[in-house]
Design a protein around this ligand. Structure first.
Ligand code: ACO
Length: 379
């Protein structure tokens, strides 16, 4: 085997062969199982897209109905998980609450049977079904309220908004939320998916796979950026302040949140769709001044940093959409996780087909043959 050059962040190094999704970062193309993201956003729904990602093909009418039925009837969480979540500190970040709760699911379904398709399907259904319930439950309980039971009469996305806000959502808001989930469901070998695949390769259970991916998604350079975007827009405060703010960031060499991507060197196609969704929401539910600031920032960054391929990524407009729906800022990344569970599970399943444990190498740059200094002689 030839000795490879070390590439920080493993840039450009393939970590798996995968048929789940495809990105062309120069042309701004994203496909799930060969279908363009724009077409899925227009015609599909989140659960159908999840099925496509995980099982590789669009479901027939009957397969879709069965899948939706199963997910719908597995939304409740065990009272012990709910009680455990009640003891979490209210000040804790919901991503940490989600990571702990997803891992706790593994305690209840600890009999691993990875080669059994029934086990695999049950785990897929359970994770897709309960992650939204756990997030909504934490949100209510940290505010001193009892969680709301899932509403069997509502679809996946409408039910999540219902559990979160304790009232049935407007149908347009529910549809837009569902499209957001489609857009965030999968994105090739990003950090959290890599995490999921590494964990999967040890043949541990799928709850540990999702818990490790949730932990990775939470960082501000990954899924956590959608929260930071809102903080940044608030800090900018006005359209007039956009350019001075940008100049200041550039002088300090600070990253502009919601911009830049390892793969995309043009505007992320998901950001384009999310921007249109934000506009639809504002048209129906009222204007948001932060949208004007965002648009001005996009123009200013394109002028100053477009030459480096720095354009809005998926996180730039998603926060504005969620904010308009009344979702608290620190739930933006957990909402991302609801969607990405589909992609992580697709990669878990794919990893198991021809598994080999991940065990990369390193370039050692430490010392050799160092003698041990007794503690009383150390300085
Ligand atoms: N603002 C300003 N400059 C940027 C930005 C940005 N957001 N992103 C990259 N650059 C510049 C860097 O300063 C660097 O410039 P240099 O070559 O002159 O030093 C160059 O572009 C390359 O940047 P890297 O950080 O090396 O790019 P990398 O591929 O490692 O990072 C990342 C990609 C993490 C997304 C980066 O663009 C970033 O930190 N963006 C802000 C955070 C963010 O929005 N994250 C969400 C990404 S999408 C997702 O994970 C769901």
């Amino acid at each position: 085997m030839s000795v490879c050059e070390f590439r920080p962040g493993l840039e450009g190094i393939p970590a798996a062969q995968s048929g789940i999704s495809f990105v062309n970062g120069q042309q701004g193309i994203l496909e799930y199982r060969g279908i363009r993201i724009e077409e899925l956003a227009e015609k599909s729904n989140f659960l159908e897209t999840a099925y496509l990602l995980i099982w590789g093909e669009l479901p027939t009418q009957q397969e879709l109905e069965e899948f939706e039925h199963e997910v719908r009837h597995h939304r409740r969480i065990k009272y012990r998980i709910r009680d455990m979540m009640k003891s979490f500190p209210e000040s804790g970040h919901p991503m940490d609450a989600l990571q702990a709760s997803a891992a706790a699911l593994g305690l209840f379904y600890s009999k691993r049977d990875l080669e059994n398709p029934v086990y695999v399907r049950d785990a897929v259904v359970r994770l897709l079904a309960t992650v939204p319930t756990m997030i909504a439950a934490f949100q209510l309980m940290r505010n001193g309220n009892d969680p709301v039971r899932p509403h069997d009469g509502l679809d996946y996305s409408a039910n999540f908004l219902y559990m979160l806000n304790e009232r049935e959502p407007d149908p347009l808001a529910a549809r837009i939320f569902d499209v957001c989930l489609i857009l965030h469901a999968e994105h090739t070998m990003n950090a959290s998916t890599f995490s999921a695949r590494v964990t999967a390769s040890t043949l541990t259970d799928p709850y540990a796979v999702v818990a490790s991916a949730v932990g990775t998604l939470g960082g501000p350079l990954h899924g956590g950026a959608n929260e930071e975007v809102i903080t940044m827009l608030e800090e900018i405060g006005s359209v007039e302040n956009v350019r001075p703010y940008l100049e200041d960031c550039m002088q300090r060499k600070a990253k502009i949140m919601g911009f830049g991507h390892r793969v995309y060197k043009v505007k992320d196609p998901r950001a384009t769709i999310l921007q249109k969704l934000a506009e639809q929401l504002f048209e129906k539910f009222g204007y948001d001044k932060y949208y004007d600031i965002a648009v001005e920032l996009e123009h200013a960054v394109a002028e100053k940093l477009g030459g480096k391929g720095i354009y809005p990524n998926v996180d730039f407009y998603s926060g504005l959409v969620y904010r308009k729906m009344g979702i608290p800022t620190d739930l933006f990344t957990p909402v991302f996780a609801i969607a990405r569970v589909a992609g992580w599970l697709a990669h878990w399943k794919e990893q198991l087909v021809q598994n080999r444990i991940y065990r990369p190498t390193q370039v050692y740059n430490g010392h050799h043959d160092v003698s041990y200094t007794p503690v009383h002689l150390r300085q």
